[in-house]
Design a protein around this ligand. Structure first.
Ligand code: MEV
Length: 397
């Protein structure tokens, strides 16, 4: 049987959600809970994709559809697939389930179609790729020139035509998974999406986004996106996960209330355009996030917790919290170092940083939340298993 399976972690934002869309710093961590995507080749002659056993309806699965149009074009000869999605990251709750899905699915698709390299190329060196794919909504590509040919999803690298073909883990590039995840998130969020979720789901660990390159962290890459309010540029960094972080835990409390990210993000954008003075609140969240980063780098978790609680107050002021989330944050406070909503808010989840995960979890559950416990910083996207690769080998020209 031809099959490939990849997984990516969910994420939890410690500081800076919403403000990051306006260029302020934000920090997210990869959580233990993951989304697993598996792809199987359908029987020969099958024409329609299937998702969890049902016919794939593109409008219901915009993330899968956007990846399919970039990596698996029917008109280039790509065969129909069956896709299964599993995992313990609850959907639509601010834990990055859609980014984890997009990142894991792009790893699966890339492993299954493989990648053409140019003469003498190494799979790990992007300069030697003979193909790469668009990172943004518009037709841009950080790795290679756009092929002027007929296939809009195919790119030809600076070094010429493909001469060798690799697949499986060898074909995967984590940056590319993050790029594709961001492009797909932006489509699903009405054009406004920071690369926060996609970067942390791809790279794992702890990720810091900022409008400038930050000292004391590892800079990874720059991302740009033209959002309805103008061009945005984010510098993406990773922060080392310190070993003494083992004695602090995140307890995530799910309010059970569903609130789509796109609506929450649009609400903040509308508030800013109605009253531009409110941009000060966004800047204050940025200052709190900076303080949080300094505390994280020092391993001062008491200060990290304080910054999280202050961040929650600012998010409440912005109007993106709700009664249920405020109740859970209040319930967690006595046994934790700090607590706040996490993600887009309006529902979804809150997170508490704690040295007493059992006690904090019980307090949140008593207040009506369903909890998950995670250590800080977990592995990023990875291929779990594969057989019968590649499923399809696109033309090298
Ligand atoms: C969603 O997880 C985080 C937001 O800041 C949106 C984004 O960064 O794209 C609300």
């Amino acid at each position: 049987m031809a099959k490939v399976e990849a997984s990516a972690p969910g994420k939890c934002i410690l500081f800076g959600e919403h403000a990051v869309v306006f260029g302020q710093p934000a920090v997210a961590v990869a959580i233990e809970q993951r989304i697993t995507v598996s792809l199987e080749l359908l029987e020969e002659g099958a024409d329609e994709w299937r998702i969890d056993g049902m016919k794939l309806i593109p409008s219901k699965h915009p993330h899968v559809e956007a990846l399919r149009s970039r990596l698996w074009q029917k008109k280039a000869g790509a065969p129909a697939l069956s896709i299964h999605i599993n995992g313990d990251v609850p959907p639509a709750s601010g834990l990055g389930s859609s980014a984890a899905l997009s990142v894991a699915a792009s790893a699966c698709l890339r492993a299954a179609r493989g990648r053409w390299l140019s003469e003498g190329g190494e799979a790990t060196e992007t300069k030697d790729w003979a193909e790469g794919f668009s990172s943004q909504l518009t037709d841009t590509d950080v790795y290679s020139k756009v092929d002027e040919g007929k296939d809009p999803a195919r790119r030809v690298g600076a070094n010429g035509q493909g001469s060798s073909h690799v697949w499986g883990e060898q074909a995967i590039d984590v940056d590319e998974c993050a790029l594709l995840g961001h492009a797909v998130e932006a489509i699903a969020q009405g054009g406004r999406a920071s690369p926060m979720d996609s970067s942390v789901c791809a790279h794992g660990g702890i990720v810091l986004l900022s409008d400038e390159v930050e000292k004391g962290t590892d800079w990874v890459y720059t991302r740009t996106l033209n959002i309805p309010e103008g061009d945005r540029t984010w510098q993406v960094h990773t922060i080392p996960v310190m070993t003494d972080e083992q004695d602090v835990y995140l307890v995530i409390g799910n309010s059970g209330v569903h609130a789509p990210t796109s609506i929450q993000v649009a609400k903040v954008a509308a508030a800013m355009s109605e009253n531009p003075q409110r941009m000060r609140e966004i800047e204050t969240i940025g200052l709190i996030a900076r303080r949080g980063v300094e505390a994280l780098l020092k391993g001062d978790y008491e200060a990290v917790g304080r910054a999280m609680s202050e961040n929650h107050l600012m998010l409440r002021g912005l109007g993106v919290s709700c009664l249920e989330l405020d109740d859970l944050v209040r319930a967690a406070a006595p046994s934790s170092l700090g607590a706040k909503l996490t993600g887009a808010g309006g529902g979804g989840c809150m997170v508490a940083l704690t040295r007493n995960p059992k006690q904090t979890s019980e307090a949140i559950e008593l207040a009506g939340g369903r909890t998950l416990i995670s250590k800080i910083g977990n592995a990023g996207v990875r291929i779990e298993s594969h057989e019968g690769l590649p499923f399809w080998k696109p033309s090298s020209k």
